[in-house]
Write a protein that binds this ligand. Structure first.
Ligand SMILES: [Zn+2]
Length: 291
């Protein structure tokens, strides 16, 4: 069994599908530049940037076990999905996701809710699985929580240009067709201990998830940040941002708030163990070890 993060009567389990340097830092962060990268190599390398200049990223979701629900936050890349522009995610056939669920003592039948922080391909893949040539919900009992403007945005884009977002076709729209979606505002108070926090910019209606009670809580960031270099330089955008300027404002606003708090951050794309507390660092922020 995996050791969870425990917050009173709530456990958080990382569900890791992959970790690797899938992208070159200079392409992933288009405005980074060689000079700034070299200036920061001593603290980034080898944990966050590999010797070849690749950004080390974890692909993971988190399961939140509360006394009432098992909630999966983000469902990684998934199996058998055609991803022509992402060879490392194309037609994956891996048992790591399911094994990680097993490490939390769960199967797909035990998930009550899937929360999609946003609708990018590395966050919605296991929403569906292939059954007799059809995409069906992976988690048969789950409601899938998606932000209203996020779903509307991607539904429209898929209609106009399906080739630009195949993950919407195979991992989001089949959930809607199966009537398993629960469309919400991105500031939803889901329960006494699970609160959505709007963190727009990376996508149009991205949310993060605050779990626990004040003084003993954790923030599942989703993709409001990808790598700690965006802590030191909060305005540094990444290649798939919807609005990088807004994403930068979101980082400043959220990190300013949690610099003063004991809140543990679960930083989805940071390499394992992916948890830290955030503190001020010059004009930006640093992440200090935390469990
Ligand atoms: Zn992502």
């Amino acid at each position: 069994m995996t050791t969870p993060i425990t917050l009173n009567d709530i456990q958080i389990y990382p569900i890791v599908e992959q970790q690797g340097a899938f992208f070159k830092a200079l392409e992933f962060f288009p405005k980074l530049g060689q000079e700034l990268l070299d200036e920061n190599r001593d603290w980034l390398q080898p944990e966050f940037i590999d010797p070849n200049g690749g950004v080390v990223l974890c692909i993971q979701g988190f399961v939140i076990k509360t006394p009432h629900h098992n909630i999966l936050i983000d469902s990684c890349v998934g199996n058998h999905k055609t991803r022509p522009t992402r060879p490392f995610w194309n037609m994956m056939n891996s048992d790591r996701f399911e094994k990680a669920l097993g490490g939390a003592g769960l199967t797909v039948n035990d998930i009550d809710y899937v929360m999609c922080t946003h609708l990018h391909g590395d966050h919605v893949g296991w929403n569906t699985r292939l059954e007799n040539g059809r995409w069906v919900p992976t988690f048969p009992k789950a409601r899938y929580i998606m932000a209203d403007r996020e779903l509307a945005h991607w539904t429209q884009r898929e209609k106009e240009n399906p080739a630009s977002c195949p993950w919407i076709t195979d991992s989001v729209l089949p959930i809607v067709a199966a009537k398993r979606e629960q469309i919400v505002k991105s500031d939803l108070a889901f329960s006494e201990t699970v609160q959505l926090l709007p963190t727009p910019g990376h996508t149009i209606d991205h949310f993060s998830v605050l779990v626990g009670r004040s003084g003993e809580d954790a923030l599942i960031t989703g993709d409001m940040i990808h790598s700690p270099i965006q802590g030191k330089y909060p305005d540094l955008g990444m290649l798939a941002d919807y609005d990088s300027a807004q994403a930068g404002q979101t980082r400043r606003k959220v990190f300013d708030r949690f610099c003063e708090e004991p809140t543990l951050l679960c930083l989805t794309h940071f390499p394992m163990p992916s948890t830290a507390r955030v503190r001020h660092w010059g004009d930006g922020y640093k992440f200090v070890a935390g469990t």
